[in-house]
Design a protein around this ligand. Structure first.
Ligand code: C5P
Length: 293
């Protein structure tokens, strides 16, 4: 039976700003996104002749259309009239779940890229992103990846000059945060500090990694409960003490990441943090995903 293996890549927010609540209940965002090399692995098989079947290595994840990977396959076939002839999805997760790294959206995007190849649909990245927007706000970005500005709900994308390659340490503390609740908390307060998105874009334009790293900021850090905010700050401090050029929280958290230009320093931070936090990773930045499948 025809089959393909695809990788789903985690994303980070180099910056995240929330501009305001919209009449449709979503929020207008301004985010600088970056793909990194922490990946889930997905095997797609078509033509099984059976109803859609999904299997994951994490028992608590849904294995039906409530999982974004299956939802993406269904939306793609609805939108194009394509027939998968019986689809089987096998998902091996390594990207932490509910962590601010768009793991579920990355899986959905990888299914879109994979089925586009496997079923020979010939859809452009733009068209795949349109289908992805029906699945979730972060999916359109995850289709193409790389360094990009995401606005609107997250689906209005502008490619940016690539972040200069660097080492990335990721650390996810054990607590989890509810995305809708953090948005609600932001609605109820006056945002005291915002990222300097224009400055960050100018630094990217100049290819200046230290300047980018210095300008990283995420408004959600401001509305975390104080005990959580302290934990985020202490992880950032460990990264900075080990030589990170900058550190920030990704998405609605709680994952914290630091950018390093020297591998030994990144390894030092990874080693120190992995004694305290099981979910600590060292990886690298990744560019355009349409090339990679
Ligand atoms: O689009 P997605 O299903 O990923 O969004 C999950 C939740 O996050 C939404 O139901 C909404 O509460 C919040 N959200 C938002 N504004 C956005 C994206 C997400 O309020 N731009």
């Amino acid at each position: 039976m025809p089959a393909i293996e695809v990788k789903a890549y985690a994303k980070l927010n180099l910056s995240l700003d929330v501009l305001g609540k919209r009449p449709d209940g979503y929020h207008d965002m301004r985010m600088v996104m970056q793909t990194v090399g922490l990946t889930d692995h997905i095997r797609l098989e078509t033509g099984t002749g059976k109803p859609l079947r999904m299997e994951t290595n994490l028992g608590f994840l849904p294995a039906d259309e409530h999982n974004l990977a299956a939802a993406a396959a269904l939306r793609l076939c609805e939108a194009t009239g394509a027939d998968h002839g019986g689809l089987s999805i096998r998902l091996r997760k390594a990207i932490p779940v509910c962590a601010g790294m768009a793991g579920g959206s990355a899986d959905a995007a990888a299914v879109l890229r994979g089925l586009n190849r496997l079923l020979d649909l010939g859809l452009s990245g733009r068209r795949l992103a349109e289908v992805g927007a029906l699945v979730g706000s972060d999916v359109p970005y995850c289709v193409g990846g790389g360094t990009a500005l995401a606005e609107g709900r997250g689906e209005l994308l502008t490619p940016l000059p690539a972040l200069p390659p660097c080492h990335v340490v990721l650390c996810k503390p054990a607590f989890s945060v509810s995305t809708p609740e953090l948005f609600k908390a932001l609605d109820g307060c006056r945002i005291r500090r915002r990222p300097d998105t224009a400055g960050l874009l100018a630094a990217l334009e100049r290819g200046n990694l230290p300047e980018v790293a210095r300008r990283m900021y995420n408004v959600f850090e401001d509305v975390l409960p104080p005990r959580r905010a302290q934990e985020i700050d202490s992880i950032k401090n460990v990264m900075i003490q080990h030589g990170a050029l900058g550190a920030s929280m990704s998405g609605t958290g709680p994952t914290v990441f630091g950018l390093f230009d020297r591998l030994e320093e990144a390894e030092g931070a990874r080693n120190a943090l992995s004694e305290l936090y099981r979910e600590t990773f060292l990886t690298e930045t990744v560019g355009d995903l349409m090339e990679q499948v």
